[in-house]
Design a protein around this ligand. Structure first.
Ligand SMILES: [Zn+2]
Length: 530
C-alpha cells in the first residue's frame, strides 16, 4: 500500500479556531496523543514570535516521541534580507525542531500588492530560504500559500515559485488552498499539472473547508499524486475550519487503499477525536463523520436482525475499524476490551484481580451520563477501579471547607483577579487539621489550603503541581443550573495525569477533582517508589 504522510496542524492552524485556546500543557497532551496515534508530523507553532510556542519547542526536546517528528512553522526570509540575516529563520533553526515548514507567496497579485516586492525577489526569498534550512540539516516543507488562486491568476508564475523551492531541495512542497474556496476537480487537475511539471518532487496538500470540500479536495490531491496531507483533528481551524485530518485518514485507509496510520492505529480514531475535543473544549458533533456518536447509529425501527444479516446495507464502513461501536455511548471505555486495555495501562489486571467488569462498565456508563468523562482523567479512572477492587483507602476525609472571594470591580474577571481565601478542616486517621490558604482564584485558594492541611501527614504532596485547570459545561442546553465538569491536570515530576469532578456547583466540582488529584498523586508516587 502506498504511504500517505500525515501532517497535523491542530496546534497551529487549529488553535486559530474561534473559542479554542490551548495552554502549553494542552499542546503537549495533544502532541503525545497524536504521536501514539501514529501521526507522522506534528506542527507545534511559531517559534519566532509566540512565547507559548517557544516553551512548547523547549518542552518537546525532553519528550520521547515513538513515531512523530515535530515541525516548526515560519515564513521565508523577508524581502531584501539574506536568510542568514533573517531573525525568523534563525529562530526556526534554534528551536531545535527536526522539520521546518516555511510559508511563501505564490500568487503574483499577493507578491505585488501585499508583499510589495518584485516577482523575482519573491523567487529569491523562497529558493534561498529553503536552501539555507536544508544546509542546516532540516527536513524542509515549503507551504505554497494561495497556490490555487495563484495558479488561476498566473500559472507560470505560481509554478516558478514552487520550482524555486524544488530546485533548492524542499523535501515536500505542500500546496495550500488558503482561501478554502476550491472544488475537488480543480484541485485534482492543478495538483496533477504540478506533479507533471516537477517530476520526482514530493507534494502535499493543505486545505480549508470554506466551500465544504476540504476533505474531498485533499483526497483529490492524493489521487493526483500528493503524498502528504495536512489537516487538523476534527477540522478545527479559523472560519469554517481546516481539513479534518481524521476523516481523511479513515477515507485513505478504508476507501482508497492507502497507508496513513495503519489498520491497527485506525481503531484509535474515535478516541483521538474525542480526546482532542475535550482538551480543546470543542465537542465533536454527534453527526461527525466516523467519530460522532450518531455516525453509526441506526434509525429506530430498523430491526437488529436485519442489520446483522446484511450490515453493508446500513453501514458504509465497519464502526469497529475506527473504534466507534454502533449504538454505544462514545467513550474509549465503552467496551470490555478497551476497559481491560486502559486498566492495564494504569497497572490493574482486572481479570486476574477478579473484578466485576460489567459492574465497572455500568458505573462508568452512569457517570458518563452524569457528565463525567475519563478522556483526560486517568487518575480518576484509576481511583474508580480501586474502589471496585476494594483497594481504595481515602488519604484524608473532609470535615468542611469554606471559600471567601473578595472581588473588586476595577480588577476585572472574578476567577483571574479576585483575591480568594479558603479554610479547610480535614482528618487524616484520627488527627484533625485546619488550614487557611490564599490564591488568585477560589480553586487556587482551595488547592493551597488543602496542601497546607495535609503537608504534615504527607510531606511529599509538595512534589505535586497543579498544571492546568479546565471548566466545561457538559450539556450546554440546560441553562444556569447546568452541570459543570472540572478537569485538573497534575504534574509530579515523572509526568502528568488528570482528574475530573462534576457538580452543579463549580466549587464542589473543583474540590472533587482536586481531592482526586492529590489522592491519586500520592498513590502514584508510592507505586513509583516501590
Ligand atoms: Zn491554513
Amino acid at each position: 500500500m502506498t504511504k500517505v504522510f500525515t501532517y497535523d496542524c491542530t496546534l497551529r492552524d487549529g488553535e486559530q479556531c474561534e473559542g479554542v485556546s490551548l495552554s502549553l500543557e494542552d499542546k503537549l497532551l495533544i502532541a503525545r496523543r497524536l504521536d501514539e496515534f501514529g501521526i507522522d508530523f506534528i506542527e507545534g507553532g511559531f517559534p519566532a514570535s509566540n512565547p507559548k510556542d517557544i516553551a512548547f519547542f523547549k518542552a518537546v526536546q525532553h519528550m520521547r516521541f515513538e513515531h512523530a517528528q515535530i515541525a516548526a512553522f515560519g515564513s521565508t526570509c523577508r524581502k531584501g534580507v539574506a536568510p542568514q540575516d533573517d531573525q525568523g529563520l534563525r529562530d526556526l533553526l534554534e528551536c531545535g525542531a527536526p522539520v521546518v515548514t516555511i510559508v511563501g507567496k505564490t500568487w503574483d497579485k499577493q507578491v505585488l500588492l501585499a508583499l510589495q516586492a518584485e516577482l523575482d525577489e519573491n523567487l529569491r526569498m523562497i529558493g534561498e530560504s529553503v536552501a539555507y534550512l536544508k544546509a542546516a540539516g532540516r527536513r524542509v516543507v515549503f507551504d505554497a500559500e494561495h497556490f490555487f488562486d495563484g495558479y488561476a491568476s498566473d500559472p507560470a508564475y505560481a509554478l516558478a515559485c514552487v520550482r524555486a523551492a524544488h530546485e533548492a531541495g524542499a523535501d515536500s512542497i505542500d500546496l495550500c488552498e488558503t482561501n478554502g474556496g476550491a472544488l475537488p476537480f480543480e484541485v485534482e487537475r492543478i495538483v496533477a499539472e504540478v506533479a507533471a511539471a516537477l517530476p520526482g518532487q514530493a507534494l502535499g496538500i493543505h486545505c480549508h473547508n470554506d466551500s465544504g470540500c476540504a476533505v474531498a479536495n485533499s483526497l483529490a490531491a492524493v489521487r493526483a499524486g500528493a503524498t502528504q496531507v495536512q489537516g487538523t483533528v476534527n477540522g478545527l481551524g479559523e472560519r469554517v475550519g481546516n481539513t479534518d485530518l481524521l476523516t481523511v485518514i479513515a477515507d485513505l485507509e478504508l476507501k482508497m487503499g492507502r497507508h496513513a496510520v495503519g489498520e491497527r492505529n485506525l481503531r484509535q480514531l474515535t478516541e483521538v477525536s474525542h480526546f482532542v475535543a475535550e482538551v480543546a473544549g470543542m465537542p465533536v458533533s454527534a453527526h461527525h463523520p466516523y467519530t460522532g456518536r450518531s455516525a453509526f447509529a441506526h434509525k429506530g425501527g430498523l430491526h437488529a436482525s436485519a442489520i446483522a444479516r446484511f450490515p453493508e446495507a446500513y453501514e458504509h464502513a465497519k464502526p469497529q475499524a475506527v473504534g466507534n461501536d454502533a449504538r454505544m455511548v462514545v467513550s474509549e471505555l465503552a467496551g470490555k476490551a478497551s476497559l481491560l486495555q486502559k486498566a492495564a495501562a494504569l497497572g490493574f489486571d482486572l481479570e486476574a484481580e477478579g473484578a466485576d467488569i460489567q459492574a465497572i462498565l455500568d458505573d462508568i456508563k452512569q457517570r458518563e451520563a452524569r457528565g463525567f468523562t475519563y478522556e483526560m482523567a486517568d487518575g480518576s479512572l484509576a481511583l474508580l477501579l480501586m474502589r471496585h477492587l476494594g483497594q481504595y483507602q481515602p488519604a484524608f476525609t473532609l470535615e468542611s471547607f469554606r471559600v471567601i472571594v473578595d472581588d473588586h470591580e476595577d480588577r476585572g474577571a472574578l476567577a483571574k483577579d479576585a483575591a480568594s481565601e479558603a479554610t479547610i478542616k480535614i482528618h487524616v486517621g484520627d488527627q484533625r487539621f485546619v488550614a487557611t490558604g490564599e490564591g488568585a482564584g477560589p480553586v487556587g485558594a482551595l488547592d493551597t489550603a488543602l496542601r497546607m492541611a495535609i503537608s504534615d501527614a504527607y510531606p511529599q504532596v509538595a512534589q505535586l503541581e497543579l498544571a492546568d485547570y479546565k471548566v466545561r459545561l457538559p450539556d450546554e442546553s440546560q441553562g444556569t443550573d447546568a452541570l459543570t465538569r472540572v478537569t485538573i491536570t497534575t504534574a509530579d515530576g515523572q509526568g502528568t495525569f488528570g482528574t475530573v469532578g462534576v457538580s452543579e456547583n463549580v466549587l464542589e466540582a473543583s474540590w472533587n477533582a482536586l481531592v482526586e488529584s492529590i489522592e491519586y498523586g500520592l498513590l502514584r508516587m508510592e507505586r513509583q517508589n516501590g
